[in-house]
Design a protein around this ligand. Structure first.
Ligand SMILES: [Mg+2]
Length: 385
């Protein structure tokens, strides 16, 4: 069984805990520039329709009594560290996925801590006793269901999907709750009358892959309860990359440039999600005759913004003299290391003003695309000029 733990309105909850005057009040934690967006909203603020990634001015319009608290990232990091240490006390197989979220593989821990449910209750209790913060936990036989489960009874939730009720759960799980199903995919789903994950089985694999590409196969697997992804304790991967095969072979600079931007955004997003920075950017091109080349550059400073990755990748591309049509474009990063400061919204102190601006744009984009799907954002940024 896999357990997914997610803190409830983490930043806001920490602030409410430390300042009794904020208890039971609509609070948001946010940066304090003009372009700031809501980083975390307390549950009281959510009642007014205020959500993460919403511009602060809009949040203010929704709630006149809104209290805006500047982010104190140091404090959240300290709390996060304690929470992760608690998890490691229960199992050595912990995968931290963000500042307030982690997967725990609990196989072999039963003898020490009892059933998965008992263990989850013990974790919640320990976090509450030590940090006065509530958390929500989902337990399921596979990773993706545990994450969906932790979100189901927030705040202070505990949701268990057992092996015997996986089938029923999937059958009635709204398709938009499945990770990776964004607004754009949803339009297709509606046309196909797919409302739940179980409805995926109305279609064959060839039809699904034709409509949704790789995602089609993934959805087919998930609809059968198959998710082979493991809890990865070794978080630092050696490289992150993303590539696209073009619908047809091309020679056109602008199109390739757009593809590079597209892939750079995807890589940057992945990098930031894992709280990593990179010191090496590479591009990969495959040509119409299936030959391929890669070009890479070692950077002076570590980066994680999509625009910085894009600039490096584009510079590499510009140096290549094209002789053949291109069929595949890839962008990747290596020399990865942990970023000391957790990246969430625009809270990162950075001496480089432009880089800072980009990081805030990136993090806003990350949280919006998380909610509404990648496509909305990609179009806007490709039009950026
Ligand atoms: Mg959370």
């Amino acid at each position: 069984m896999i357990l997914h733990i997610d803190m409830d309105a983490f930043f806001a909850a920490v602030e409410q805990r430390d300042n009794p005057a904020l208890k039971n009040r609509p609070v948001i934690v946010s940066g304090n520039s003009k372009r700031s967006v809501v980083s975390t909203a307390s549950y009281e603020a959510r009642k007014f329709g205020i959500r993460s990634a919403m511009p602060v001015f809009m949040a203010k319009k929704k709630c006149g009594k809104l209290v805006i608290v500047p982010a104190n990232i140091k404090k959240y990091r300290a709390a996060s560290k304690k929470i992760m240490a608690i998890l490691f006390h229960f199992s050595p197989l912990v995968e931290q996925v963000s500042i307030d979220e982690a997967y725990v593989d609990i196989k072999g821990c039963e003898r020490l801590f009892g059933s998965p449910e008992e263990m989850a209750r013990a974790i919640k209790r320990k976090i509450y006793t030590d940090l006065s913060l509530t958390s929500s936990i989902g337990i399921a036989p596979v990773k993706f269901l545990s994450k969906i489960a932790s979100d189901m009874n927030k705040p202070d939730g505990l949701t268990i999907i057992t092996k015997s009720n996986v089938k029923d759960f999937i059958f009635s799980l709204p398709i938009q709750k499945v990770p990776g199903v964004g607004k754009n995919t949803m339009k297709h789903m509606e046309k196909l009358k797919i409302k739940t994950l179980g409805d995926i089985n109305k279609y064959t694999l060839p039809i699904l892959t034709r409509k949704f590409g790789k995602m089609g196969q993934k959805l087919m697997e998930l609809s059968k309860g198959i998710d082979l992804s493991k809890v990865e304790t070794n978080n630092i991967r050696k490289s992150i990359s993303s590539e696209t095969t073009l619908p047809k072979d091309i020679f056109d600079f602008e199109t390739v440039k757009d593809m590079i931007l597209d892939r750079s955004q995807s890589v940057g997003k992945d990098l930031r999600k894992k709280n990593l920075v990179c010191k090496n950017v590479f591009i990969k091109l495959k040509f119409s005759d299936f030959s391929q080349i890669t070009r890479s550059k070692k950077l002076a400073d570590s980066i994680c913004s999509s625009s910085a990755i894009f600039n490096e990748a584009l510079a590499l591309f510009k140096k290549i003299r094209l002789k053949k049509k291109i069929r595949l474009v890839g962008v990747g990063v290596t020399s990865l290391k942990d970023k000391n400061t957790p990246v969430q919204m625009q809270l990162i102190p950075d001496t480089n003003k432009q880089a800072k601006q980009w990081e805030s744009v990136d993090s806003a984009i990350d949280s919006i695309s998380e909610k509404f799907g990648d496509d909305i954002i990609k179009k806007a940024s490709l039009n950026r000029g």
